[in-house]
Each structure stands twice: as structure tokens, then as C-alpha cells.
Design a protein around this ligand. Structure first.
Ligand SMILES: Nc1ncnc2c1ncn2[C@@H]1O[C@H](COP(=O)(O)OP(=O)(O)OP(=O)(O)O)[C@@H](O)[C@H]1O
Length: 325
């Protein structure tokens, strides 16, 4: 890799895409800053891929703009040396070896031949370099996709679900790679529909749901603005939920209680001791009780209802995030 590639911001303003009646992306605005890893998060179908495709000039916006360093992708002087992207890591010829694949793309991009061996080593593919990609695991395809994206030593990286198919060891490896690339000054945008997959990797987040912005800014700030929660399991979950919402004169009531898919109750607005006392007072059994803000819960809330308690104006956080840039 070259010394210090200066990153370029990705700026999305009022971006909108409709496919017929489907509103894939709706008036979306955010900025991705260089030098950090930004998670682009949202549930399946939220519009992440469509947004990335618009940033890369592969899909024409219905309205709005997407620029890289102030220029649309199509207006960049050497796009493949400025932006590297992996939208579909499975899109490799099954009969080509990893080395063949990289040589084809590096020739097309006009990049120096020595990049291929260097990237095969950096991406941990040197031993598999001459195997046909049809024998590759999903994780190896992800690595090859990343190597392809890095051929032009790009200042900006856009990766669509790079954690897909990676085991925990692969995720740890990805974390090291992406954080290293960001530390070199690059702009790194990584999409995921699973926060737990990227929570150890990202500094900033942009969360969207149904094509619209839910929250954006440094992850630490979003966590700080998110009140704590208590997780509790009970064979009497329905009765406990009712009791928590009703509360007691002494201990107060929960602001909200969500039943999670695994049957756990997620309680907002009450301390763990208050939840335990209330369960005891109502003679309801509890099997597990833990306090704290899990990022997964936060993500479920952000993605689930658009504006979590304590984050009344997600745009304020967005503005705050932008002002720091
Ligand atoms: N070419 C297309 N034609 C019609 N609808 C489309 C097209 N591409 C995307 N959509 C729709 O736009 C919406 C957003 O899709 P998109 O793939 O951008 O979401 P996503 O957040 O990337 O989801 P996933 O994590 O499942 O890939 C979905 O409702 C999808 O069905």
C-alpha cells in the first residue's frame, strides 16, 4: 500500500430512488468521513445496496446527489484508483484462479502487476492463489473481493456486507484489515444488516430503515444518548410485562417493554433492581436479569421504530456528526 492515501468524504444529499412504486431510498442525506470505518446499517431491504449503487453511479437517482470528494463517480478522473467496491463477492469466474482474477482486473484498471502478489499476501490468499475460485469458501470469496477492490490502492472503499459468510475468526481478521485501511487515512463504508457483525469494526454508523435515515454519527455518541435497558427472562413474560408497564407507586413504571424474538423482555426506563423488586412483589419468576445497553438491542430499536427514546431528533445527531467532520 502507498504511504498515506488521503481519504475523500462521501456525501449523500436528498438521495431518492424509486423503482416503480417501490421507494427504495427516500430523501437520504449523510456524510461518511475519511480515516474511520463507517457502518451502513439497516434491516434487509432498507435500501443500503441501492444507495451504494447510486454512489458508484450504477443506478441513476430519482432525485438528489451522491458525491465522492465533491465529484459524482462518473466525473472522477480515475475512478478505479479512487474508489474500490465489493457489491457481490460471489461474482467471480469459477474457472479462474484468484491470481488470474486479480490479473484481469488489474489489467483493466491499468494498475501495476506487483499489486497482485502484494494483495494476495495481504488478504491471506497466497496459498490459495492458484486454485480455481469454484473451490473457494464464502470467506475466501470475500477476501478475493476485497483484494479486487484494493487493486487501485483506492482512497475510498465501499463494501456491501463484507462480513457475510465469515466465521468469528474471519470477522476478527476483517476488523484488523478495515481498521488498518482506515488508519491509513482511507474512507471505509461497510454495510451490514447484522450490527453484531460490525460493532467491533465501526467508529461511525449510518442507520437507515425503509430508505430513510434513522440515525448517523459516531457510535459512541449514539450509545451515550441511548438509555440503558434491562433484559429479563421469565416463564410469566406476559404478566411481567404488564406489571412492569403498570409499575408500583414506589418503584415507578417502565417506559417501554419489548418482547424480543427469543422471548426475552427488554425493559426501558427502569433500573435492574427495580425490575427485580417489581417481579418479586408480583410473585413472578425471573430466570435471567442483566442490565446494560447491548448494541444489538440498540440496533433493533433504531431499525425497528425509527426514533428510540432519548434520541428524539435523530437529525440532531446527524448534524452533530456532520459538524465534527
Ligand atoms: N432493480 C430493482 N427493481 C425493483 N426494486 C428494487 C430493485 N433493487 C432494489 N429494489 C427494492 O428496493 C428496496 C431496497 O433494496 P436494497 O437491496 O437496496 O436493500 P438492502 O438494504 O441492501 O437490503 P439487503 O440487506 O437485503 O441487501 C427493496 O424493497 C428492494 O426490493
Amino acid at each position: 500500500m502507498s504511504g498515506r492515501p488521503q481519504g475523500l468524504p462521501i456525501e449523500v444529499g436528498g438521495l431518492t430512488k424509486r423503482f416503480g412504486h417501490v421507494r427504495a431510498v427516500e430523501d437520504l442525506s449523510f456524510t461518511v468521513r475519511p480515516g474511520v470505518v463507517t457502518g451502513f446499517l439497516g434491516p434487509n431491504g432498507a435500501g443500503k445496496t441501492t444507495t451504494m449503487r447510486m454512489v458508484l453511479g450504477l443506478v441513476a437517482p430519482t432525485a438528489g446527489t451522491a458525491t465522492i470528494g465533491g465529484k459524482r463517480y462518473a466525473d472522477l478522473p480515475r475512478p478505479s484508483a479512487t474508489v474500490g467496491a465489493v457489491l457481490d463477492a460471489s461474482a467471480v469466474h469459477p474457472g479462474h484462479s484468484a491470481r488470474d482474477h486479480l490479473h484481469i482486473y488489474r489489467t483493466m484498471g491499468g494498475h501495476p502487476p506487483e499489486r497482485v502478489d502484494r494483495l494476495l499476501t495481504r488478504l491471506g490468499l497466497d496459498r490459495a492463489a492458484d486454485r480455481r475460485t469454484r473451490t473457494f469458501s464464502t470467506g475466501m470469496r470475500q477476501r478475493l473481493g476485497l483484494a479486487t477492490a484494493l487493486l487501485g490502492d483506492p482512497r475510498v472503499l465501499l463494501l456491501d456486507e463484507p462480513g457475510n459468510g465469515l466465521d468469528p475468526e474471519g470477522i476478527a481478521w476483517l476488523r484488523g484489515l478495515l481498521r488498518g485501511l482506515a488508519a491509513e487515512g482511507r474512507t471505509v463504508l461497510v454495510s451490514s444488516h447484522v450490527l453484531s457483525e460490525v460493532q467491533q469494526i465501526v467508529d461511525d454508523v449510518v442507520v437507515i430503515r425503509e430508505g430513510r435515515l434513522v440515525a448517523a454519527g459516531p457510535l459512541a455518541e449514539i450509545e451515550r444518548l441511548s438509555p440503558g435497558t434491562v433484559l429479563v427472562r421469565s416463564p410469566d413474560a406476559a404478566a411481567l410485562r404488564t406489571a412492569l408497564l403498570r409499575g408500583t407507586a414506589r418503584g415507578g413504571a417502565a417506559d417501554r417493554v419489548d418482547l424480543m424474538p427469543d422471548g426475552t423482555l427488554c425493559v426501558y426506563g427502569l433500573a435492574d433492581s427495580a425490575v427485580a423488586d417489581l417481579a418479586a412483589a408480583e410473585q413472578l419468576r425471573v430466570y435471567g436479569l442483566s442490565a446494560g445497553t447491548s448494541l444489538e438491542q440498540l440496533f433493533l430499536r433504531l431499525a425497528g421504530d425509527g426514533a428510540p427514546a432519548g434520541l428524539d431528533r435523530p437529525s440532531a445527531l446527524t448534524d452533530e456528526g456532520r459538524n465534527r467532520r
